[in-house]
Design a protein around this ligand. Structure first.
Ligand code: SF4
Length: 392
């Protein structure tokens, strides 16, 4: 067995519905349908209850959890009572810490004071809004349903509902977005003052409708150098405003890092529920069936929910631990990796890492290996060093 075992679990619930499908999205989601949603809620509650009986991953039992994360899709399309029912199923099936972080991903257009207060009463204590931009033209190009004003309003409503732990997502390198446009959105975010923010680079996948829209409308994205400036200047401004970068794409006020997402980046363990949800526990990784209908049917029939399951080899587990930990601002604890995987990283990969150190992209101080901020821009390139170099 490899990797960390027996840690405190994170619980992830995938909510696969959206009010409209954004033109750049390749997540596992479908259009909202009230009837299907009801069947889904019943199925996911049943799946959580079965997991505790060991049906999900035989003999693994239930266990302690300290995070619940509703991701999507658009989880805020569920009713507060439905979210409450799912949280209750988690609490009935797992020993969920009384101070657990319980996050709901929400889209601004779904926010009303009544709904947000309902989510809070149901047990949500952290809301992560998918804002993406505070500029209307950019939001329209992404076919998002909300406006910049609606996003600001949603943030205020969440505060009014009593949430003191809020996160906002922004996307950079959007079609037709200049460096100044991007920084204008960053400045609005800073002025609002969420506890946490995620800044992602828009990736346009090959079949995305956005790709056609860009060709039709002759939209382009800024040159690579501008994308680098967007990232670096945003981080500088966020730091000046009191945020700490703790991961390539994530900043937080001290102590407000996403506890749930840190499990993904620190070799933690989690169980995922809902269509397409991934789980990792005790050296195994598995994924549920993706299609909503197949998922509901499999739960109803008491059939097999897992579409794919594999035991992580020592090589897989090490590569993944290095990839994910290197994403963190604190980098990789070399001694910890050696004690967990029996591999001296510098002895194993040092020759190939040295050029990145010399180029100022990587720092190795004998204890930790970490990317510099310019190195974070080229993280994928640096990480190729760890792929397919057999572990000795
Ligand atoms: S709201 Fe999010 S999950 Fe839904 S279609 Fe848009 S990008 Fe995809």
């Amino acid at each position: 067995m490899v990797g960390r075992e027996g840690g405190i679990l994170g619980l992830y619930v995938h909510v696969p519905f959206c009010a409209a499908i954004c033109n750049y999205c390749n997540f596992n989601r479908g259009l909202f349908d009230a009837g299907l949603k009801e069947q889904y809620v019943a199925a996911v509650i049943e799946e959580i209850r079965r997991a505790a009986d060991g049906a999900h991953a035989p003999r693994l039992g239930s266990g302690d959890a300290d995070t619940i994360f509703f991701g999507g899709g658009t989880p805020s399309l569920l009713e507060p009572a439905e979210i409450g029912g799912i949280i209750q199923a988690c609490r009935d099936s797992f020993t969920v810490a009384s101070d657990a972080e319980v996050t709901l991903e929400a889209n601004p257009e779904t926010a009303t004071l009544e709904r947000l207060a309902g989510f809070r009463a149901a047990g949500i204590n952290r809301v992560s809004f998918g804002v993406q931009s505070f500029r209307d033209a950019e939001l329209q190009r992404l076919s998002r349903l909300h406006s910049a004003a609606r996003a600001e309003e949603a943030f205020g409503l969440a505060r009014a509902a009593g949430f003191d732990n809020l996160s906002l997502d922004l996307m950079m390198w959007l079609p037709e977005q200049s460096v100044a446009d991007w920084l204008a959105s960053v400045d609005v975010l800073i002025a609002l003052g969420p506890e946490h923010a995620s800044l992602y680079l828009l990736e346009i996948y090959p079949n995305a409708p956005l790709k056609d829209a860009m060709a039709r409308s002759r939209w382009s994205v800024a040159p690579d150098d501008d994308a680098a400036e967007m990232y670096l200047e945003a981080m500088t401004r966020l730091e000046a405003a009191g945020y700490e970068q703790y991961e390539i794409s994530n900043v937080a006020r001290p102590g407000r890092e996403s506890r749930h997402n840190l499990k993904y980046w620190t070799d933690g363990e989690w169980l995922g529920f809902g269509p397409g949800a991934h789980s990792t526990r005790a050296g195994a990784r598995w994924r549920n069936v993706s299609a909503i209908g197949d998922y509901i049917e499999a739960v109803r029939a008491g059939g097999r929910l897992v579409a794919e399951r594999r035991i992580l080899s020592r090589q897989d587990a090490l590569e993944e631990a290095l990839f994910t930990r290197l994403r963190l601002a604190t980098g990789v604890d070399v001694g910890l990796v050696e004690s967990q995987y029996g591999v001296d990283i510098w002895r194993q990969f040092g020759n190939r890492l040295q050029p990145y150190v010399e180029a100022g992209l990587l720092v190795y101080d004998g204890d930790r290996l970490r990317l510099t901020r310019p190195g974070m821009l080229l993280a994928n390139e640096v990480m190729t060093v760890f792929i397919d170099t057999p572990v000795r």
